[in-house]
Design a protein around this ligand. Structure first.
Ligand code: UD1
Length: 418
């Protein structure tokens, strides 16, 4: 078990490059078994969610090799269609495997998926969509069993633009007979990346990034070498870190329009932001002002994965902020930890009311989920005195080198074995 020891109060300066996007790499890994040919995903972040997904692929019989940051999947010998419950519970993205297993074997079985405990996270939209494509589904003993003679294209209307359900439909419909149309699709940039990846394998998909995606089923898909998009949530985390600590940094690899409303909100705080192609520069000097309201929404709204970090920022700004979390029910578990550092925040259901304080102070705090953990690190970087942040396993799910990247920017942060 490791912890971070952070001596707060250092300004951040310098340039960093974002890692490849966790939320893109995970569905791409799931997609790798759609072909018997070799798939290489370049510059993969070495995070525990990726190693867990690699383990799932191995369990199915695929050969998965990491060569530095490149991962090559050869699933020619894969024959297993059931994912063990231990691995499914480790990682919510294991649910993507349903779509790709059905395409490859016409059968799939997995336990109810796990992942960060940030709310109910049902998978009804995934399962209903698969049924529309001709899949029969039975659920017993905590397992979901899916089977079909063949997948058949269909019109699917999503009641809510679920990222995972949209991706699962792409994976299940890519070789289905005929045409599938998704109405009410999620529009996140990672879905565009999955479309690009699948089209490079030979798929015929159009419309990702809009409400309507059309998939014309193809006969076969081939191998590919692919460089995924960069991680907009990691980039956003560093931009908010700079806003909290003060200083000037540049994050490379992510376009401003991928960050939804974040840049607008940072400007509202008083930060200077300059965007050029895939480089975002932020300058933060003096005390910032609270945002009046931040409400998380599906893309292109404010990302729920940056809600905790933005709350940490508002907790040290001048004034008051209302934060509204619309996507997940229990995404304020980090708030009691932030309060240990002196934050003044009241949570009521999906709302958090933040009264900005002049500064936070060092404390011993514990991560409760991935992004909430990141918020604690950012708060500690801006706080007066020394903090320790415990339970880094959550952070290791999504950030390949959080302390190294922050140290490069001038932060006093050490990873210590306990
Ligand atoms: C993905 C991201 C996660 C991000 C989230 C929202 C990955 C690996 N994870 O998660 O980091 O926070 O998008 O941007 O890409 N819902 C249902 N039924 C379903 C599916 C979802 O009710 O079948 C609900 C969820 O409970 C939640 C909302 O829809 O309230 C959004 O979920 P969804 O977009 O599916 O998120 P994930 O794909 O799980």
């Amino acid at each position: 078990m490791d912890k971070f020891v952070i001596d707060g109060g250092r300004r951040l300066f310098g340039t960093i490059r974002a890692q490849s996007a966790k939320n893109s790499v995970l569905p791409l890994l799931a997609a790798s078994i759609l072909t018997e040919q070799r798939v290489t995903i370049c510059e993969t972040p070495i995070i525990s969610d990726v190693t867990c997904m690699a383990q799932i692929l191995r369990e199915l019989g695929a050969n998965v090799q990491f060569n530095g940051e490149n991962v090559t999947i050869d699933s020619a010998d894969a024959s297993e269609h059931r994912i063990s419950s231990a691995l499914t519970k480790e990682l919510r993205s294991s649910v993507f495997m349903l779509g790709s297993l059905l395409t490859r074997f016409h059968r799939a079985a997995c336990a109810y998926p796990g992942g960060c405990d940030i709310g109910l996270r049902p998978i009804d939209l995934h399962l209903n969509a698969l049924k529309r494509l001709g899949v029969e589904i039975e659920e017993h003993d905590g397992y979901i069993y899916c089977a079909c003679d063949r997948l058949t294209g269909a019109e699917i209307v999503l009641d809510f633009p679920s990222v995972g359900a949209t991706e699962n439909i792409l994976l299940a419909a890519v070789k289905a007979q005929g045409r599938t149309v998704i109405e009410g699709a999620a529009k996140e940039p990672e879905i565009v990346d999955l479309q690009n990846f699948l089209n490079r394998m030979g798929a015929k998909i159009a419309g990702a990034g809009t409400d309507t995606i059309e998939i014309e089923g193809v006969e076969r898909l081939g191998g590919i070498e692919y460089r995924p998009m960069k991680d907009r949530i990691e980039a956003g985390t560093y931009l908010i870190a700079c806003a909290i600590c003060g200083g000037e940094i540049e994050v490379e690899g992510v376009r401003g329009d991928c960050l939804g409303l974040l840049l607008h909100k940072l400007r509202e705080n008083g930060c200077k932001i300059h965007v050029k192609n895939d480089r975002i520069r932020i300058a933060s000097y003096g005390r910032l002002k609270c945002n009046r309201k931040i409400e998380t929404m599906p893309f292109p709204g404010f990302p729920t994965d940056l809600q905790a970090q933005a709350t940490a920022l508002n907790s040290v700004c001048e004034g008051c902020a209302l934060i509204v979390e619309n996507l997940f029910e229990t995404r304020y578990k980090y708030v009691p930890e932030l309060k240990k550092m002196g934050a003044d925040i009241e949570v009521n259901g999906r709302n958090a009311f933040v009264r900005g304080v002049k500064s936070l102070h060092g404390a011993s705090v514990t991560c409760c989920d991935l992004r909430g953990g990141a918020a604690l690190v950012l708060a500690a970087l801006g706080a007066e005195g020394v903090s320790e942040v415990l339970d880094l396993a959550y952070l290791d799910r999504g950030y390949s080198d959080l302390s190294g990247q922050l140290k490069n920017l001038g932060a006093e942060i050490k990873r210590v074995r306990i």
